[in-house]
Design a protein around this ligand. Structure first.
Ligand code: GFB
Length: 321
């Protein structure tokens, strides 16, 4: 078990905090959450700062002097993007982790949080997956390049803590959804994909909607603002090499999940499955006891989160017009 900072809180108030990846779904939720903290939030757009360019990252950190960093920048996508853009996923995620973590070390950042993913655990890890399952077995092939890059980020934080005493921690979120998600038809994660597909089917009066795979894999879904709250909570209270899982501790079969999405959207037709598309990991239920022991639990129900995500989808479509 990792160390609770016995009474010692790393208070984010009044600090200069860089949210790397502030335009992404998770980074933008962290920025929203930090508004309540009373700190100075530093951000840089991709045009201003290419995180895969080492010299540029070192220069930016030297000039802007963040005291704390949330490393939420990443190249991400759903099962198909991970499986087909394998080179981009490993290259960009390795480069971002390497450059930002080393820059934070060089320029004496007091605290850094690296965001990973529960796909770092072995494909057939015992369920629920606890943090000790890391590197105990083979990974899921569809997202192995992404997982290897994320494991490298975790190990960078761990090694820099061991050798240099840098206070760099890592957090492993389960599947995240919510406002700011990517609704790309092919490259998105399942929640965004199904919101879009059911919405369009309802609008077109279609009789059925196709869901990828067999419908039997199980996934755990966490609303992005709950994750942002967990990130701020852990940044202030946790300081150890061991990673921290973040989730709800509850999972659902994709087939049943599709019916919940259909219900939220009001689609009355049939759900059919396309077994030619990949299932991925059969199950990745997260053991959330470390975070629970530290005092944090998720608060948004799946239904409430889906309603908020659907509202965001409709707003983003309206903004496109
Ligand atoms: O969200 P998703 O792409 O991520 O897929 P993973 C979850 C499950 O939903 C899989 C099924 O079993 C898919 O087969 N699914 C059904 C669909 N219909 C669809 C659809 O229309 N689109 C998508 N995308 N899936 C990713 C990893 O894995 O999870 C990443 O590849 C990352 O590395 C992320 O960790 C959180 O849970 O399979």
């Amino acid at each position: 078990m990792g160390t609770f900072l016995k009474g010692k809180i790393y208070n984010l108030a009044n600090r200069r905090i860089w949210v790397a990846g502030h335009r992404g779904m998770i980074g933008s939720a962290i920025v929203r959450r930090l508004k309540a903290v009373g700190c100075e939030v530093l951000t840089a757009t991709r045009a201003e700062l290419d995180l895969t360019n080492q010299a540029t990252v070192f220069e930016w950190v030297r000039e802007n002097k963040p005291q704390a960093v949330f490393l939420a920048a990443a190249k991400v996508g759903g099962i198909s993007a991970n499986d087909t853009l394998r080179g981009e996923f490993i290259y960009e995620n390795l480069a971002i982790a390497l450059n930002v973590i080393h820059a934070a070390h060089l320029h004496c950042v007091e605290k850094l949080m690296f965001l990973g993913s529960t796909c770092i655990y072995p494909r057939l890890a015992p369920q629920p997956m606890n943090e000790e399952a890391l590197l105990t077995g083979p990974l899921e092939k569809t997202n192995e390049p992404y997982a290897i890059a994320k494991i490298s980020g975790i190990k960078l934080c761990e090694a820099y803590r061991d050798q240099y005493n840098d206070d760099f921690i890592s957090i492993m979120p389960t599947n995240i959804f919510g406002p700011g998600d990517n609704y790309h038809a092919e490259h998105s994660h399942v929640v965004a994909a199904l919101i879009r597909r059911f919405h369009e089917a309802k609008a077109n009066g279609d009789a059925e909607v196709v869901v990828w795979g067999s419908g039997t894999p199980r996934r755990e879904f966490l609303y992005v603002d709950d994750l942002a709250d967990a990130c701020v909570f852990a940044m202030e209270r946790y300081s150890d090499a061991g990673v921290l899982n973040v989730g709800t501790g509850k999972d659902i079969e994709i087939g049943s999940f599709a019916k919940v999405v259909a219900d939220v959207i009001g689609f009355k037709g049939n759900v059919v499955f396309d077994p030619s598309r990949p299932d991925g990991t059969p199950r990745k239920l997260v053991d959330v006891s470390r975070m629970t022991d530290l005092g944090w639990t998720a608060s948004t129900t799946l239904r409430a989160g889906l309603e908020a995500a659907y509202a965001d989808y409709r707003n983003s479509k309206a903004a496109d017009r």
